[in-house]
Ligand binder design. Structure first.
Ligand SMILES: O=C(O)CCC(=O)C(=O)O
Length: 284
C-alpha cells in the first residue's frame, strides 16, 4: 500500500540512498519520543551496573518493545519491501543519539565493513528521525553512488567522540564536496545501502538529535565471520536456515530478553572485532 514508485526504486539503486521519506505522523513521533525517554529513565533507574547504554546502542529491538514496533511499522515495511523484496529480517536496531551541544561524530565509513555479512546488496538501513535532524544537529552526509564501489580499506581510530565501535574511518580520500546532507524532520526516514560512504558531524544545537537506525536484510544474507548470528523476521518467511530466529520483547528490559541481548552482542562482536588493533569493549 505504501510501496515506493519505480522512480524512487531506481533512484535508490543509482544513488545508494533515498531521502527524505515520510513515515510517522506527528502523533506517532510524540508517542515514540515519549517511549524513548521513558525507556531511558527506566534504564537509568535500574542502573544495569552502569551499562544501560548497551540496550540502546545495538539490538534495541530485542529489549524495548516500542523499537520492535517501529521496525514492524507497516508503512516502513512496504517501503523496504519495494527494494529488498517480500521476506524481511531485522538484524539490528541502533539508536544514534547526539545530546545537545555534543562533539559526538561519525567518521566516513561503509556499514558492511565489520559486520561479517559480506559485500551484499540485500541489506538496507532505515534511519528514522525522532527529532529535527539537520546540518546544525549533525545529520548524516552521503556520497551518492559510492555504494557501487566495493568495501574500501578502513582504519581504527578509537576516537573519543566517534560513535562507531572502533572509531573506524575509511582509509581512502572521500569526495566530501559531492556529499549530500540528509536532513530529516521528525517522523521522516532515510534509506541507505550498506556500502554507502557516509559520516555525520557534531550537534551544535540546544536539543538532542535522536535517530533509530534499523538494519534490514533478506534471508539470503549470511553471517560469514562469527560462528552464528541472529535476526528477527518482520515480514514474509525465512526458510534459509541462515539465521537463529528471535522473538520480540513484550516489556522493557525483561531478564530473559537481556540475557538474549548479551548472547547476541557477544557473538556479533566476533565479526565486529576481527582485525581490530585494540580489544573492543564488550559494552558497546
Ligand atoms: O547517526 C549517525 O550520525 C550515523 C549513523 C550511521 O552511520 C548509520 O546508521 O549507518
Amino acid at each position: 500500500m505504501y510501496c515506493l514508485n519505480q522512480k524512487q526504486v531506481d533512484d535508490y539503486h543509482r544513488d545508494g540512498y533515498l531521502s527524505p521519506l515520510g513515515l510517522l505522523s506527528g502523533q506517532e513521533v510524540l508517542h515514540y519520543a515519549e517511549q524513548y525517554h521513558a525507556a531511558r529513565d527506566e534504564a537509568d533507574d535500574k542502573n544495569f551496573d552502569h551499562h544501560g547504554e548497551r540496550y540502546f546502542r545495538t539490538n534495541s529491538h530485542l529489549v524495548i518493545p516500542f523499537v520492535n514496533e517501529i521496525t514492524r511499522h507497516p508503512k516502513l515495511l512496504d517501503m523496504v519491501e519495494s527494494i529488498l523484496g517480500p521476506n524481511l529480517l531485522v538484524w539490528s536496531a541502533e539508536f544514534f543519539v547526539k545530546p545537545a551541544r555534543s562533539e559526538k561524530i561519525v567518521s566516513w565509513h561503509q556499514d558492511l565493513t565489520y559486520w561479517g555479512l559480506g559485500e551484499v546488496d540485500d541489506e538496507l538501513t532505515a534511519w528514522v528521525a525522532l527529532s529535527d535532524v539537520n546540518l546544525a544537529s549533525g545529520c548524516m552526509r552521503f556520497v551518492p553512488g559510492s555504494h557501487k564501489q566495493s568495501i574500501q580499506p578502513h582504519r581504527d581510530t578509537f576516537g573519543e567522540n566517534n560513535m562507531l565501535s572502533r572509531g573506524q574511518e575509511i582509509a581512502v580520500d572521500v569526495d566530501e564536496d559531492a556529499a549530500r546532507l540528509i536532513e530529516l524532520e521528525p517522523g521522516q526516514v532515510s534509506f541507505h545501502h550498506g556500502r554507502m560512504i557516509h559520516a555525520s558531524g557534531p550537534n551544535t544545537t540546544s536539543s538532542p538529535r535522536i535517530g533509530l537506525a534499523i538494519r534490514y536484510i533478506t534471508p539470503s544474507v549470511r553471517q560469514q565471520v562469527a560462528k552464528r548470528d541472529y535476526a528477527m523476521i518482520v515480514r514474509g518467511l525465512d526458510e534459509s536456515g541462515n539465521w537463529i530466529a528471535i522473538a520480540p520483547p513484550s516489556e522493557n528490559f525483561q531478564p530473559s530478553c537481556m540475557k538474549l541481548h548479551k548472547r547476541v552482542r557477544l557473538e556479533q562482536l566476533e565479526a565486529l572485532a576481527q582485525g581490530a588493533e585494540e580489544t573492543l569493549s564488550t559494552e558497546r
